[in-house]
Design a protein around this ligand. Structure first.
Ligand code: ATP
Ligand code: MG
Length: 442
């Protein structure tokens, strides 16, 4: 087949690298993901090249390069402000730990290089003549929307167990099916996931969860039984995931990555504390962890509020409003808004999910609905202590008392009263109120 890379600055620069290699008497091709994505009409985010030139020869031709993976034959070449991984044709053998090849052997036939690649759709290359080199039927598989291992699936997953998750990731992101033999090989080798570093598992999961068809990947993960066999605790047995499926139907509509994880952990019935621990075990950065846990903490605060204010109680709505505002103050506006967005992605009938982490809110006839919770948040005149028109020092001076734990409690009461619209945010009035509260206490 004739094939051309859509013109772009990046494609042009990569073409320049290929031309230079050809001019020196070597072979060189565009390879892997860029061919796959181009064939599928998807945006190409990076271009990898494969060449018969040995790493030293590549380095001699391109003075601006970095030997990023010399042992595996990879040199990163800088060209017109772009960078390209240029890898010498190679085969791999003697995989250690079901992940890394023990050694690589540079070879002269590009087809040998394509044979070591994981899936047929990733095992195509193409030169500037536009002729596709596709010995394993990758083009046909892209047309049939199939992820299929190059060669014997069981062997390929045994060599490198990460490929099993890559398989699910490609099926999920591209919305492809998995070829029968490939799926069978995956099921037979799934225990080997225990050999893969948690970071790598997480990186693949992240791409599944944040991709355009997360439901597809989650379904495949559930059916594969892969994750419970991983190194870290992944509470995703088939039945956990089946139960979660109804709740995560709206996951693809959430734009914010952290909310997708929050929804998933909510659907897996994790408390905020458990979610925090799991995210830590999965090696998520602290910022993601605390954002996700924060959203689930708002959920817990709101569940508790609904449990404490019985339905139909006189003044119940006002009591709930105060509790909602307290939750926003305690966990932050963005966590609170995150929880509201998440609620809107949950199917109404599916709540509550569990006594301790559900949100019976939506089902209680008298419970505030989402627009009401949103309007309560929007009406808050302030969101944090730093915005309060009085400082701890001013309060301690006015009350002629030494600072102590009482001061924090007082500041929080004033903050809540102002946030709930019961007091204006005015220095003099807040000091007066503080004195009144202090008198009442004595
Ligand atoms: P994307 O960049 O969108 O993840 P990609 O196909 O470019 O997709 P990379 O991880 O960048 O994926 O790898 C580049 C190429 O290297 C792949 O297309 C594939 O041919 C090969 N490859 C990558 N990882 C493996 C692996 N674990 N086993 C075999 N081949 C692999
Ligand atoms: Mg890539």
């Amino acid at each position: 087949m004739e094939w051309t890379m859509a013109p772009s600055g990046m494609a042009e620069a990569a073409g320049g690298v290929i031309s230079a290699l050809l001019a020196h008497g070597h072979e060189a091709y565009f390879v892997g993901g860029c061919i796959r994505d181009e064939l599928l009409g998807r945006p190409v985010h990076d271009i990898d090249l494969t060449t018969s030139a040995l790493p030293g020869e590549v380095m001699d031709i391109f003075p601006r390069c970095v030997p990023t993976g010399l042992a595996h034959g990879t040199i990163t070449v800088l060209q017109n402000g772009w960078s390209f991984e240029v890898t010498t044709y190679r085969t791999e053998s003697a995989y250690t730990d079901h992940r890394r090849p023990g050694h690589v052997l540079f070879v002269s036939d590009v087809k040998e290089d394509l044979r070591r690649r994981d899936f047929t759709i990733n095992a195509m290359c193409c030169g500037p003549d536009g002729i596709l080199v596709d010995p394993f039927g990758g083009e046909e598989d892209s047309r049939r929307r199939l992820v299929r291992c190059v060669g014997d699936a069981e062997e390929r997953f045994d060599e490198d167990a990460l490929r099993m998750l890559r398989c699910v990731r490609f099926a999920s992101v591209l919305d492809f099916s998995i070829a029968k033999n490939t799926w069978r090989g995956l099921l037979r080798q799934r225990d080997k996931l225990a050999h893969i570093a948690v970071e790598r598992v997480r990186a693949e999961l992240d791409r599944i969860v944040l991709g355009p068809h997360p439901q597809r990947g989650l379904g495949l993960l559930a059916r594969s039984g892969l994750l419970p066999r991983g190194k870290a605790p992944f509470p995703w047995t088939g039945s956990d995931m089946a139960a979660a499926a109804a709740l995560t139907a709206g996951i693809g509509d959430l734009q914010d990555a952290r909310l997708r994880w929050a929804l998933l952990l909510h659907a897996l019935k994790r408390s905020a504390g458990e979610a925090d621990e799991l995210l830590r075990a999965w090696t998520f950065p602290g910022a993601t962890r605390s954002a996700v846990a924060g959203v689930l903490r708002v959920r817990e605060a709101w569940s508790a509020a609904l449990a404490q204010v019985p339905p139909g109680e006189p003044g119940g709505t006002e009591a709930l409003r105060r509790r909602w505002i307290a939750a926003v103050l305690a966990h932050g506006q963005s966590a609170a808004e995150g929880w509201l967005t998440l609620l809107s992605a949950l199917p109404q009938a599916a709540v509550p999910v569990a006594p301790d982490c559900g949100a019976p809110a939506v089902q209680r006839p008298d419970a505030p609905d989402l627009p009401m919770l949103r309007s309560w948040t929007a009406a808050m005149p302030l969101h944090k202590l730093a915005e309060l028109a009085v400082t701890g020092k001013e309060l301690a001076d006015a009350l002629e008392k030494r600072p102590g734990p009482w001061l924090g409690v007082l500041l929080q009461s004033l903050l809540l009263a102002v946030a709930a619209g019961e007091l204006p945010n005015n220095n003099q009035l807040l000091l007066l109120e503080a004195k009144r509260m202090d008198r009442d206490e004595q």
